[in-house]
Ligand binder design. Structure first.
Ligand code: 13P
Length: 342
């Protein structure tokens, strides 16, 4: 099927009251872990690549791999530029074939944010790419070690949000409602009333950045109030690192292939858990047919029952194994050709 934009998917999430996870990717272990999770629980998925991670991931190099995986995946896959900070970055992502972009001018004055975002929408929509933008400011830094606390003065203002959405034509709105990127200082306190008010006034899918550290109950409540996309990264990075440390401590001679494999498996398990909480697990089989296989969304039938099911997109055993009779037949034909000297 290839990559899809967020518009139909978020519409489906809206109709069925769930949120789609957007997980940041910095290398193939993240990509494969995330896609394996999505395929195992039959969930649509958004692959985020953030501009702040460009020093770790070269988008021209990884995009072909993501497209290949999306083409073979049995679940809908979006490739989204996360926090694109300039027109140049947005154009670079469009040229690579991203199916969605987030343009973040949230630190600029409102008028400038509106004007620049409107231009990005015009440009991206002309090539079928969906646009997310932010108003208010979500603080902190994803993947960083520092903790941060949300500051009320940076919360999204409902009237400004209503105007921003109406004047820019964006498809999804990132909001600041008590969330921050990276680790939280103390417990996160989401303002659920504000989320509901923003939903009522803007009428479009809302996006919650800074998913790491938010409790399952708070996620469920936020989804009830209108959050339809949840960005999540720092916890994936931490859990994968912890697992690698554990392996090195228990078996000091573990080499990089096994460390990376375990990192990928850890990412898969965490993502799978988040998808259950966000309500997107099994969403591919809900009415509305977002699944590229027309509803018969399954992991590769060959390894579905194995302890580590592969996504259909990456399974190298996709074709069914040859039976013993078929192998005997092929071998005897090859041998007789050799004997005949053909
Ligand atoms: P966390 O790293 O805090 O989960 O946030 C991710 C994010 O919001 C990416 O835009």
């Amino acid at each position: 099927m290839g990559l899809v934009n967020t518009i139909e998917l978020l519409d489906h999430a809206e109709k069925h009251s769930y949120a789609i996870g957007a997980f940041n990717v910095i290398n193939l272990e993240f990509l494969n872990g995330i896609l394996e999770a999505a395929e195992t629980v039959h969930s649509p998925v958004i692959i985020n690549i953030a501009e702040v991670h460009f020093s770790y991931v070269y988008i021209e190099q990884i995009t072909p791999a993501i497209k290949y995986m999306a083409e073979n995946a049995r679940v809908p896959v979006v490739l989204n530029l996360d926090h694109g900070m300039s027109f140049e970055t947005v154009v670079r992502a469009l040229r690579c074939g991203f199916s969605s972009v987030m343009y973040d001018a949230s630190k600029k004055p409102l008028e400038q944010n509106i004007e620049e975002t409107r231009l990005v929408v015009k440009m991206a929509h002309s090539v079928g790419v969906s646009v997310e933008a932010e108003i208010g400011q979500v603080g902190g830094a994803e993947g960083g070690r520092k903790t941060a606390r949300a500051r009320k003065e940076f919360f999204t203002n409902p009237e400004e949000a209503e105007r921003f959405v109406a004047e820019t034509g964006i498809d999804a709105l990132a909001v600041s409602v008590g969330n921050v990127h990276g680790f939280y200082e103390g417990e996160p306190e989401l303002d659920f009333e504000l989320i509901s008010e923003l939903k009522r006034l803007t009428g479009i899918p809302l996006v919650l950045h800074g998913g790491s550290g938010i409790s399952d109950d708070d996620f469920r409540q936020a989804v009830k109030c209108g959050i339809r996309k949840i960005n999540f990264f720092t916890e994936l990075s931490k859990m994968a690192t912890d697992r690698m440390k554990e392996l090195l401590e228990t078996s000091g001679d573990t080499l990089i292939p096994d460390l990376l494999k375990e990192a990928k498996n850890t990412i898969r398990n965490v993502v799978r858990g988040r998808m259950e909480v966000f309500g997107s697990a099994q969403a591919c089989s809900l009415p509305g047919n977002i699944c590229p296989t027309g509803g018969s969304c399954v992991t590769c039938s060959v390894c579905e029952s194995s302890p580590e099911p592969k996504p259909a997109s990456s399974c190298q055993k996709k074709t069914s194994p040859l039976s013993n009779d078929e192998i005997t037949d092929i071998v005897s034909r090859v041998v007789s050709r050799i004997i005949k000297g053909v």
